[in-house]
Design a protein around this ligand. Structure first.
Ligand code: GDP
Ligand code: ZN
Length: 459
């Protein structure tokens, strides 16, 4: 168990029902509550998973604040994996808040939103997809979103994913044996096995995605802003992206009329590219609104696509915008690479700093693939954090599942085309890692161990 300070929060909705629950978690949970609890026995001496009747007393005045049951749960078999005490009071809202204040005055700290769940994850009590789903439950605004999230808490998704990954470990074990002992001439058998298993895995991934899409549509996309000086190709990019990426049809309440939103689905990542009114008529955000207004648009953005014109020298607007985009996750796009280059690449590298630079020609389609991959990489690596992060976990799962599906399909193509087994294994391994990221499991390092344990079990 990791050592953490002791946190507390009121776990029940304020003002609802007659029972209120304060949850305390951390190494000192029992001793903190014990300081303000009077019952038959001190909480330090009671058994784990017991309910204890008593009172909460203000030690300074000796006054009895509430009549309570204290549930004591010793680590590690608790929600957070830590020492947990739940104080169930009866005295209504004022009493709850007084008890809460006493808890905080005797060694606990107010928990941040989602902190209990975060600890449960860090202590290995739940996996990442379950943790994210709990956060979704807390934040989901509609009943439908709630139901999707609840199913995930129960571990439906993670259970499926673990099964799929286990199948892949078996596939890899077969491949390893075949590569290590080629004289057995089992290659054909192995390839047949890989194809059969791989097909069923792709099918299962698509089934999962079918369900996940429903969850995705309940949420908004990543707010994306395309920014750059006049004529760099912003509108062309938006058109190209919308043309090649199936739009998600959403009907979000409260969308104001004067904001144009282009919803696109880029490799499973829902992007919501925003144009303020009229930009498309006058064709330029910088010209019409100035750099100041571009800054405002940036503040709203989860992701910025910052375009530079390769066919013109860098100028003051480029430099100012480069400074302005620093506050947001950004991909720098060097566009019009089909024309003779006049932009100074050296200076651009300095301006871009840590941001990735992708070279494109929107006109010829050159580099669009790399651009999409850059967005995907940034998103999957957690580099984009939504300001309204409710949709993120779900969209992240969808994107990772789609990636895994593509990787397994590639493995199958290689197998069918008679490529060597090590090449097939590369794609199977990528697929295994992508699925691992959904459940937040350690990647790569434990794959070999798993393959070896497979040998022991199977043979
Ligand atoms: P915006 O003002 O940034 O929205 O730029 P537009 O998308 O309206 O593009 C300005 C001009 O550049 C148009 O004539 C486009 O056809 C052209 N353009 C856009 N991308 C490219 C490119 O990659 N190569 C070339 N040669 N022209 C481009
Ligand atoms: Zn434009």
């Amino acid at each position: 168990m990791k050592e953490f300070d002791t946190i507390a929060a009121i776990a029940t909705a304020l003002g609802e029902g007659s029972i209120s629950v304060i949850r305390v978690s951390g190494t000192d949970a029992v001793s903190v509550v014990d300081k303000i609890y009077r019952g038959k026995k001190s909480l330090a001496t009671v058994d784990s998973h017991t309910m204890n009747y008593g009172s909460i007393i203000d030690p300074q005045t000796g006054e009895r604040v509430d009549e309570v049951f204290c549930a004591v749960f010793h680590a590690p078999r608790t929600y957070t994996g830590e020492e947990v005490v739940e104080i169930q009071g009866h005295g209504g809202i004022v009493a709850v808040q007084r008890v809460m204040r006493l808890v905080l005055n005797h060694g606990a700290r107010l928990a941040e939103p989602g902190e209990f769940t975060k600890r449960a994850f860090l202590n290995g009590r739940i996996d990442l997809s379950q943790a994210e789903a709990v956060i979704d439950v807390i934040r989901s605004k509609t009943d439908a979103a709630m139901k999707v999230a609840f199913r995930q808490v129960e571990g439906g998704l993670s259970k499926k994913i673990k099964e799929l990954r286990q199948k892949m470990v078996e596939m890899l074990a077969h491949i390893e044996v075949t590569i290590d002992y080629p004289e057995h001439d089992v290659e054909d058998v192995t390839i047949q096995h890989v194809i059969t298993q791989g097909d069923s895995i792709v099918e299962e991934i698509h089934r999962l995605l079918g369900g996940a899409t429903t969850g995705k549509i309940l949420r908004e996309g990543l707010k994306t802003v395309i920014i750059g000086k006049p004529n760099v190709g912003k509108s062309s990019l938006l058109n190209a992206l919308s043309r090649t990426n199936r739009a998600i049809v959403t009907d979000i309440e409260g969308t104001t009329r004067d904001i144009l939103e282009e919803h696109i689905n880029l490799r499973g990542i829902p992007l919501n590219i925003i144009d303020t009114a009229g930009i498309r008529e006058t064709e330029d955000i910088v010209e019409r609104l100035g750099v100041e207004r571009s800054r405002e648009a940036l503040e709203e953005a989860d992701l910025v696509l910052f375009m530079i014109d390769a066919s013109r020298p860098l100028n003051e607007i480029d430099r100012e915008l480069a400074e302005a985009v620093k506050i947001r996750p950004t991909i720098v796009i060097l566009n019009k690479t089909d024309l003779p280059r006049l932009a100074d690449l050296e200076e651009l590298r300095t301006l871009a700093g840590d941001f990735k630079i992708v070279e494109t020609s929107v006109a010829t389609g050159e580099g669009m693939e790399q651009l999409e991959r850059a967005v995907e990489d940034l998103f999957l690596s957690g580099g984009i954090e939504g300001q309204e992060s409710t949709y993120l976990s779900n969209a992240r799962h969808v994107a990772l599942l789609e990636k895994a599906g593509r990787e397994m399909s590639e493995a199958l193509d290689s197998a069918r085309m008679g490529m060597t087994l090590d090449l097939v294994a590369v794609d199977v391994r990528s697929c295994w890692m992508s699925l691992g990221e959904v459940v937040g499991e350690a990647v790569a390092d434990d794959l070999l161990d798993q393959i070896f344990s497979q040998f022991c079990l199977g043979k």
